[in-house]
Design a protein around this ligand. Structure first.
Ligand SMILES: NC(=O)c1ccc[n+]([C@@H]2O[C@H](COP(=O)([O-])OP(=O)(O)OC[C@H]3O[C@@H](n4cnc5c(N)ncnc54)[C@H](OP(=O)(O)O)[C@@H]3O)[C@@H](O)[C@H]2O)c1
Length: 229
């Protein structure tokens, strides 16, 4: 038997912040991780990396923009019974709102907000095993305009709105919103001006900060917006 302390589901695990977080969580303590996102190859290599750090991992390929895939994730979560669920996936099209196809905005809403909100709903209904749900916001755009990223920004505003109310409605459950600033991931284009201004954090450093913060009981139900470095 794997004598373990933590069962963590990371949704949006294969790349960027979710991958860094998976590796930090695996290295910090012996954990059992459920790693979910679309790309099988990346998930398989992440699973090996996690196991080399002494933790255990299972993977699930899923597209959060697809309804049947969403249902499958909830079914697997029911079987896995995580005590912590961290929703990292997010994104959206870049450009003026009207210049982008509706399907691209729908994708942004589904992946950045709708499925996160649905997973929160699942967690609240399954408090017998889930003790903490963590959503990843954005200190860049959840409370202000983000020109050329309207649907992404709207979805992050929605996450913040959800957090404001549910964290009060459900005081015994621990729902946290952690909102990074710019990170060095695929989401940030190589030509992004903030890269030249050296305002970009490493996902590893931000992941370490998140894991430390999650262990602090005084921040139950809190929102943590990070400032630029
Ligand atoms: N990077 C930044 O500057 C920045 C700043 C503030 C906040 N954030 C937030 O931080 C979080 C992580 O962002 P990131 O920079 O790591 O983004 P990223 O590099 O684009 O990675 C996104 C992750 O989500 C998964 N994902 C994307 N679409 C998916 C879908 N349809 N179904 C399932 N999984 C999907 C991707 O895996 P697959 O491709 O395998 O599906 C990947 O693991 C996001 O919530 C983002 O909004 C980022």
């Amino acid at each position: 038997m794997f004598g373990m302390s933590k069962k963590i589901a990371i949704l949006g695990a294969s790349r960027g912040f979710g991958r860094a977080l998976s590796l930090e969580a695996a290295g910090a303590s012996k954990s059992e991780l459920l790693l979910v996102s679309r790309k099988q190859e990346l998930l398989t290599s992440l699973k090996l990396d996690v196991e080399n750090l002494g933790s255990r991992a299972s993977v699930l390929c899923s597209d959060f923009n697809v309804k049947v895939d969403q249902e499958e994730v909830l079914r697997v979560l029911s079987d896995f019974k995580p005590d912590k669920v961290i929703y990292c996936a997010g994104g959206g099209p870049h450009g003026p709102y009207a210049s982008k196809k509706w399907e691209d905005h729908q994708w942004a809403y589904n992946v950045t907000f709708i499925f996160a909100a649905r997973v929160l709903h699942f967690c609240l209904k399954n408090q017998s095993f889930v003790k903490q749900f963590v959503a990843i916001g954005s200190s860049v755009c959840e409370q202000s305009a983000d020109i050329n990223a309207a649907s992404y920004s709207a979805a992050k505003h929605a996450l913040l709105g959800l957090h404001k109310t549910v964290s009060i409605e459900e005081p015994t459950f621990d729902f946290r919103l952690f909102s990074p600033s710019y990170m060095d991931t695929d989401m940030l284009p190589p030509s992004a001006p903030v890269r030249l201004e050296k305002k970009v954090s490493s996902p590893k450093a931000v992941a370490m900060e998140l894991l430390y913060w999650l262990e602090q009981p005084g921040y139950k139900n809190a929102h943590m917006p990070l400032s630029d470095i």
